[in-house]
Design a protein around this ligand. Structure first.
Ligand code: SF4
Length: 226
């Protein structure tokens, strides 16, 4: 198989994003939130858990502790009781409270708007920071691409990241071939496509809108030509 040039890869990924944009015009963050603080907290809670499940507990969580000031002085056992159904409840509760204390102490209670500052907070890695910067700050502040399990799986199947498994290296590999204005939407499109068609176990390649640009899909469908 001939090696694809960077220019051709950039062209191919642009066509893929265009097709996915037409397929999922409503693609956006699926964690319910009304402020950067709520999205930051919800994203921390979403680790190893579905967004839908997180959305079932956050109304009560944010009714009781609606901002960093309130959460910073919360009783950890009371927070644990509410986030218990999401798994890793002790660790998640501790992260929420500690992260809120850091926001109060270092940022006057306001969620910071840069990747550098966000990733200094407890429990906040590049993925969480990118989610918040994309949804609440228009992708500013040094935001990159949200690399979650869907993004990893589909980008690999699409032949965009080789065999890379490290999330940060995957993010930089993708940023090298995707134009920056598409970085926020790419993460959303991966999630929506991963839930609807490019399923983890049995991707539905026959009905996939990007099959013609997908090496894995062509193998799975026996070289189907469109
Ligand atoms: Fe996923 Fe198949 Fe579509 Fe490729 S063609 S993106 S493997 S569903």
């Amino acid at each position: 198989m001939t090696r694809e040039s960077l220019a051709l890869k950039k062209k191919r990924v642009a066509l893929i994003i265009d097709a996915l944009n037409r397929t999922y015009p409503e693609a956006a963050c699926t964690l319910d939130h009304r402020s950067p603080f709520e999205l930051l907290a919800a994203t921390i809670l979403a680790a190893q858990c579905t967004d839908a499940k997180v959305n079932t507990v956050t109304p009560e969580l944010f009714r009781r502790w609606p901002d960093a000031f309130a959460m910073a002085s919360a009783d950890s056992r009371e927070v644990e009781d509410i986030v218990h159904p999401l798994g890793f409840f002790r660790q998640k509760s501790k992260s929420l409270i500690e992260m809120s204390r850091e926001i109060v102490l270092n940022h006057n209670g306001e969620v910071p708007s840069t990747l550098t500052e966000l990733t200094k907070l407890r429990g906040v890695g590049r993925k969480t920071a990118n989610v918040v910067l994309d949804a609440c700050f228009g992708g500013a502040g040094g935001a990159g691409i949200v690399v979650d399990t869907h993004c990893k799986r589909i980008s690999r199947r699409l032949g965009l990241i080789g065999r890379e498994t490290d999330p940060t290296r995957i993010e930089f590999a993708l940023m090298n071939i995707i134009q920056s204005s598409d970085w926020p939407v790419y993460g959303h499109l991966m999630v929506w496509h991963g839930r609807a068609i490019c399923l983890a176990r049995r991707p539905l390649c026959e009905v996939c809108p990007v099959l013609q640009w997908c090496p894995e899909g062509k193998i799975r469908t026996g070289g189907m030509k469109l």
